[in-house]
Ligand binder design. Structure first.
Ligand code: 2AM
Ligand code: CA
Length: 259
């Protein structure tokens, strides 16, 4: 069995286990703490899931390194070797306030290149995954690439940090070219909206490596574009203002005149 297949089997099993942990946690009260701001939260479940996943990765793949949101991983200064990205709960604010619209996300990169990515929509019990060169799957079934629709023919998504920034007026120009703007509050679930063909672009500020890593692998399987706002590749060692888009919508976004 190849490393990819071995990881694929284990990741699918681990994600199932994390979903069971989340289900059990619903019976108990959630412990919620603020991180950088009152709308940047972490719960005992974010921490517990990341701890469980990092322990499993370390026991099966002791030479690999881990980049995780809640600090159980390694401090990475480069992406050499095999690197795992973990977001134990993507959409924590939704998890706390809505008990839905959140995802568990895992990605594996080798020498900086995406190999396999997983986004699990916990409440819908839908696991999206992609393996480089093999396509995108939802609960094991292949997903065909959505049409390369332009922004002017479809919807786009953004994140609320972008709306509250001073620079928002610039982004309004992009939004104005679309048919309308939607906002789910989970970077991973916005990627699944792109996969379903429901939106043509997701334009977000300050996304962390674990927010971007799995979706990048999936969308690149479809030939979609992912870059920072300057059109450069995203840097998976820091936060990025990020565009995920169909090729056609991407072209419209990067040619928007912000002046
Ligand atoms: P998170 O829930 O894992 O933190 C919400 O707009 C999206 O942006 C979510 O995917 C959220 O991921 C991500 N995000 C990144 N940085 C954030 C921050 N400082 N505060 C809230 N959400 C953030
Ligand atoms: Ca998170």
């Amino acid at each position: 069995m190849s490393d990819i297949q071995k990881r694929d089997q284990l990741i699918k099993q681990w994600i199932k286990e994390t979903a069971e942990m989340i289900e059990e946690a619903k019976e108990k009260s959630l412990e919620v703490e603020e991180k950088s701001a009152r709308n940047d939260l972490v719960t005992n479940m974010d921490k517990k899931i990341e701890e469980v996943l990092t322990d499993k990765i370390r026991s099966h793949f002791p030479d690999d390194r881990i980049c995780g949101e809640e600090g159980f991983g390694d401090n990475l200064e480069d992406l050499k070797g095999t690197v795992w990205f973990i977001d134990p709960i993507d959409g924590t604010l939704n998890f706390v306030l809505q008990q839905e619209n959140f995802a568990v996300m895992i990605a594996v990169y080798e020498e900086g290149k995406g190999v396999q990515g997983y986004i699990y929509n916990v409440t819908e019990e839908k696991l999206y995954h992609a393996i480089k060169g093999q396509g995108v799957f939802c609960n094991g079934q292949p997903v065909s690439a959505p049409d390369n629709k332009s922004l002017s023919d479809g919807l786009m998504a953004t994140n609320s940090q972008l709306m509250t920034q001073d620079a928002f007026s610039d982004y309004r120009k992009i939004a104005g070219r679309s048919m309308g703007v939607r906002m789910l509050g989970s970077a991973g679930l916005e990627v699944t909206e792109l996969i379903k063909g429901n939106i043509m672009a997701y334009v977000a500020t300050k996304l962390s490596p674990w927010d971007i890593a799995p979706g990048k692998i999936m969308l690149e399987e479809f030939g979609f574009k992912i870059s920072n706002f300057s059109g450069e590749p995203v840097d998976l060692l820091k936060t990025n203002q990020t565009i995920f888009a169909t090729p056609s919508a991407y072209n419209e976004i990067v040619t928007t005149n912000f002046k």
